[in-house]
Ligand binder design. Structure first.
Ligand code: 4AD
Length: 461
């Protein structure tokens, strides 16, 4: 059977599936005749009709093909998940006692398959089985197909909404956006996670953070931010480490440490408000993380030294990586940090980390020179999502800090110069977009918040 379109029918109006302004028909009135392009999400052949749930990236629509010529074509026999097609028909209300998205369905009178999909062993449902561990090799290799799924695509749409919420919120707060380079010759967060490469015969790196560059423009642009990729040659395969991640970074001039903390609380709250205020992004949060609740303010604040005591006071104590009680100066490793965040179960501003375990540029606390004016923001389920600090202001002090950290100061001349040409109390932070998403969308790992995650051992597809 070859289908032809009945020329006596009214012309079909092309719509996207999220268009809800289409006039629906019922027994007494005709609905609008439309044309929809999409792919098959599900197909159910029943005695009287074949039902196709169609998706087009904007929405879903139930399409009804009455049994007869429409269901007897060769194409119809091979309908499979992901088959691409265009369907024409009349939009109607769903009969009472039946259910379909938006309470409407398309009564199809003509269709054309544009791209078939396999319905045999190669069918998408066999390649990306819903039962299997979402992060086994097969699922990772088939990420391009996994992204066809409802949850994976909802995370991507939520990611876009969060990124735009940052752009809009920074605009409201009068921050300027800049775009620092990704190819650099200086480190920011330690040599052990630098990706090195050959740059026309010179040693160069993929940037770990745009921070140093942001610091060079607050003098002329005022408060600034960047949303760029950062790269870390992390040698650990954890739930929250990527080799390539999206870094939301901001730098503020003429502030005190307290201003930095207040700003962080404000921006996190505003982003959550914005995401929940938009019905589309709110829907993705509801789908992915139905129990999500906006954190209450003020956020808890805890000094590093108090966190060490807290870990040791638990029953049984939460030990460090060597299996000993925590001591001042220890890194609070991922496992301990996660335990703490999950037990406390609310956002924590962890502040005043010891000088020795933090980056070279951090300003010391004038009241206690053992520690820095630094903050990590920890979220339940994820742990650290933000790292920030006040920056060293003095020229000599900075030169000393390079030395202490075994960094040659020459390549940093442009950064050091900031301390020579009108230095100022300033500070900023970096927020991992994927970690923020893992928190708000309750994902098991940050990998789910990436289109194509990059981590140790994986650089494809
Ligand atoms: O704490 P980090 O290393 O701080 C900096 O890079 C500062 N220079 C930022 C600044 O002050 N402008 O990283 C900041 C945040 C972390 O809290 C985390 O959310 C994210 O960046 N991040 C990573 N996310 C995924 N994978 C990794 N390997 C990450 N490393 C850092």
């Amino acid at each position: 059977i070859v289908l032809t379109e009945d020329p006596s029918l009214p012309p079909a109006v092309r719509i996207k599936l999220n268009n809800k302004s289409i006039e629906l028909g019922d027994q007494t009135k005709k609905g609008t005749r439309v044309k929809v392009y999409g792919r098959i999400l599900n197909v159910r052949a029943q005695k009287n009709a074949t039902f196709i749930d169609l998706k087009d990236g904007y929405g879903t629509l139930q399409c009804v093909l009455p049994a007869g010529n429409l269901t007897k074509t060769y194409d119809a026999l091979l309908f499979a998940q992901e088959t691409a097609l265009v369907l024409h028909g009349e939009m109607k209300q769903v009969p009472p006692a039946q259910k379909a998205p938006d309470n409407r369905e398309l009564h199809v009178d003509y269709y054309k398959v544009l791209g078939a999909a396999p319905s045999d062993l190669d069918a998408i449902s066999n390649k990306v089985s819903r039962q299997s561990d979402p992060w086994n090799v097969e699922m990772l290799d088939n990420r391009h197909l996994v992204l066809r799924g409802e949850n994976a695509s909802a995370v991507m749409k939520l990611r876009e909404a969060v990124e735009l919420a940052f752009v809009d919120t920074y605009r409201d707060m009068d921050f300027h956006k800049v775009s620092p380079p990704a190819m650099v010759q200086t480190q920011v967060e330690g040599g052990s996670t630098l990706f090195k490469y050959d740059y026309y015969g010179e040693e160069a790196y993929l940037t770990q953070s745009s921070q140093l560059y942001l610091e060079t423009v607050i003098q002329s642009l005022g408060n600034v931010y960047a949303i760029e990729k950062s790269f870390r040659a992390e040698k650990s395969l954890t739930r929250r480490h990527l080799s390539e991640f999206t870094h939301v970074e901001a730098e503020m001039d003429f502030i005190e440490f307290e201003d930095l903390l207040e700003h962080l609380e404000e921006i996190i709250s505003r982003i959550v408000d914005r995401v929940l205020a938009d019905p589309r992004s709110a829907e993705y949060v509801k789908l992915l993380n139905p129990g999500f609740q906006k954190p209450t303010r003020p956020f808890m604040r805890m000094k590093y030294a108090d966190a060490i005591d807290w870990l040791n006071q638990q029953e049984p104590p939460i030990l460090n990586e060597e299996g000993n009680p925590h001591a001042f100066g220890d890194d609070i490793a991922e496992a301990a940090e996660r335990r703490m965040t999950d037990i406390i179960n609310r956002p924590i501003f962890l502040t005043h980390f010891p000088v020795e375990i933090k980056a070279f540029y951090m300003k010391k606390d004038p009241n206690d020179l053992r520690v820095t004016e630094s903050v990590d923001v920890l979220m339940p389920g994820v742990g650290e999502i933000v790292g920030g600090s006040m920056r060293m202001e003095g020229y000599e002090e900075l030169i000393e800090a390079y030395k202490k950290n075994g960094i040659g100061h020459e390549p940093y001349y442009w950064y050091t110069d900031l301390r020579k040409f009108g230095t100022s109390p300033h500070g900023g932070y970096g927020l991992g977009l994927e970690r923020f998403l893992a928190w708000i969308a309750n994902r098991h790992t940050v990998r789910e918040a990436c289109l194509y995650p990059r981590f140790m051992g994986r650089c494809k597809p």
